[in-house]
Ligand binder design. Sequence first.
Ligand SMILES: [Zn+2]
Length: 380
Amino acid sequence: MTPPVRPTVSLRTCARRAITALLGTVALFAANPAEAQKARNVILFLGDAGGLPTLNAAGILAHDRPQSLFIHTMPHMALSDTSSLNRWVTDSGAGMTAIMTGQKTNNAMVSVVPTADGSGTDPVKTVLEYAEQRGLSTGVITNKAIWDATPAATYAHVAARSGRDDIFHQLLAPRFGDGVDILVGKGRKDAETSFAKLGQSPAAAFARAGYLYGDDPTALSADVRRSAILRDQDFLPTPTVEAAISSLRRNRKGYFLMVEWDMHTDDPEAGLRHAVEMDDMIRRVSAIAGKDTLILFVADHSFGLRLRGGLRATPLSQQYAAAQKPAAGPHPLIDIDDTHTGEEVVAVASGPGSEKLHGFVPNTQLFDVMMQAYGWTPDR
Ligand SMILES: [Zn+2]
């Protein structure tokens, strides 16, 4: 009797071979985890002056619970030194230069370092410029002036942060790629003043460079590849960042986005609201950005704000509203000494490459974390 044909055997063999092949592929990835975990996109959230004391007070004022912010749930963290090349307490120019270029510089300098003989400065390439050079899309969003030191350190190189005209000039004369693709910030009148000195209008200059120029962030969409939104009023952070991402993510090579939200304040409630706004932004962006995105939050320096009191049984905001600042001495609940301070700031991250962030680190290491996440080697 002829035995029945047993196709299941050959199917089993096929399946076994397929599984073996699959395991081989998995093993390849496991042997080279860096390949498997590269970031296509990096989003840097820069809390300007958003040190631990500010985050602590903001979270409790908003939610009446400790460690209640979204950033408190992010999986990887480090404490970053913020000292500059020449000062223990940095300004935003030197602080952001370290993060964007991996080089410490003197206070007030923007993505340049002093030459060895001290007679001048040399530009240092920024993460945004590496991204432009490689054909990625790039964006800069800030609730400060677009030419202010922190956003400027992503795309410009000046020896003095006060060099507004030069910063605007460099914005439209990029060293790599076609320059920042999505720009949203304040300083519309500043732009008019700076471009007028060249006999130009910012509207014409940005249009010539291929930008949709306007003052309304709701004009941003997936259909607008290059846009410069300059205004002098506040704007809604989360919808603006979401719209920017919808445009940037259309580039298959990926994108780099820097979002700065200023937390300096002489009014605790206003400053702490900005901290909560940024936290809400990061929560939302973490939900939509995709697994191939490194999300990094860090401050450029800390700030002299302290939570000094308060009962747990009553909302802190009610207690703050009821409390009077004494004529002399600190406020009993939330006191502000309106100055930068020198202690380490927290850096938190999620996504590919975020596991590199741990321990006490110099602020220059944040540059390394972003570059390694992309899988890029710095030129130098
Ligand atoms: Zn700053």
